[in-house]
Design a protein around this ligand. Sequence first.
Ligand SMILES: NC(=O)c1ccc[n+]([C@@H]2O[C@H](COP(=O)([O-])OP(=O)(O)OC[C@H]3O[C@@H](n4cnc5c(N)ncnc54)[C@H](O)[C@@H]3O)[C@@H](O)[C@H]2O)c1
Length: 375
Amino acid sequence: MENDKFGLAVIGSGTIGRVRAELAREHPCLGWLGVCDIDTGVMNRLAADTRADYASSDFRELVARPEVDAVIVATDENWHVDPILASVEHGHRLFVEKPLATDPVKSAEVLRAIEDNDIDAVVGYTQRFRRRFITARQRIREGAIGEVTTVVTRAFMNRMVPLATLARTDQRKTLTPMVVSGTHSLDVCLWLLEGLEGKEPVEVYARAGDHVLGEIGTKDNTLAIFTMADGSLWSMSISWALPVTWPGAVYGLEIGVVGSTGVLDIEDTHRDVVIASETPQGAGYQPEGFEASAPRHVDFVGSYPPGDYAEGGLWGPMREETGTWLNRLITGATTQHATASDGHRNLLITMAMDLSARRGEPVKLPPDPTQLLAD
Ligand SMILES: NC(=O)c1ccc[n+]([C@@H]2O[C@H](COP(=O)([O-])OP(=O)(O)OC[C@H]3O[C@@H](n4cnc5c(N)ncnc54)[C@H](O)[C@@H]3O)[C@@H](O)[C@H]2O)c1
């Protein structure tokens, strides 16, 4: 890194790669920006909009450039592993969108490569940058509700997300509600409990159904009960099959944390700002080429987890998350980003939920990646 300026490569120029690259372009310490996508149309548009210094459809060529200090991997879920390993080879600092991999054995390999090479790597669990979760975590750590005995988590998602996500690949086996999206709620809950004695999950029992989304190769829902090391209980349920006309464009979450002397109840369904209009409202999450099948006239404004576009940019936790990471590149500060190890743990737990649902029996945690793959 020269003169406190960093050179950044963004691999994947789709929805999220674009957000990150646009935010990086605003950073005063950006010295050089390179973008990449196998879709050259998408890549060239982003390169022009962010005044990128370099663009290549070959991520290996990009990460080998001498100007690069740090890399953002924002390819779609199944295609994170090779860009991560190529970046590790060059010793670059890393920001990886979740999940680390969709194959548990590859995820373990990636984690080992990152740790063996002492790479500073973080994973994009954007919700850790929400004021409400940061404060809630602080209160729990300060003992405001005593000893946590019960956690109840409910995530509701508009089915536009699985429809758009699964449309971009035919490798859908591991693209389940928990691996792709529930992982955000799971990470927030585990982060709320981080460092508290006995709050590591040791067993999960789950069920999943596929009445609606089975035909596109995924589940509608996953409902699970975790037992923690000290016997406390956590229920984690998600449905990502809500109809496209549901006012929540993307994500709605409720988390209740019950303690021995208090309770913390987080309402994050975004019903605090509602718009109803004769004009259809936007899709919220709209990757290139995806069209929603029906219009939405009522919208819970603010349900798109990364934030909202206004005033020429994205405002919300993804701005905070990206900016904090870019600052970390310069200052070396410790931040609340998920580590690569957190990312790997989250993948294994979400896959263990899917395994339990398939087998119809409890699964011990943490599961063995090889066993998960074999199953
Ligand atoms: N943190 C969050 O809140 C959040 C929100 C949405 C998505 N995501 C994650 O971000 C990632 C990207 O999702 P998206 O919505 O931007 O998807 P997207 O489909 O809009 O973009 C992905 C891009 O990667 C490109 N790509 C695929 N393989 C490539 C390769 N080998 N080399 C170069 N480019 C390649 C594709 O052509 C596409 O343009 C996913 O992992 C997703 O789970 C995170």
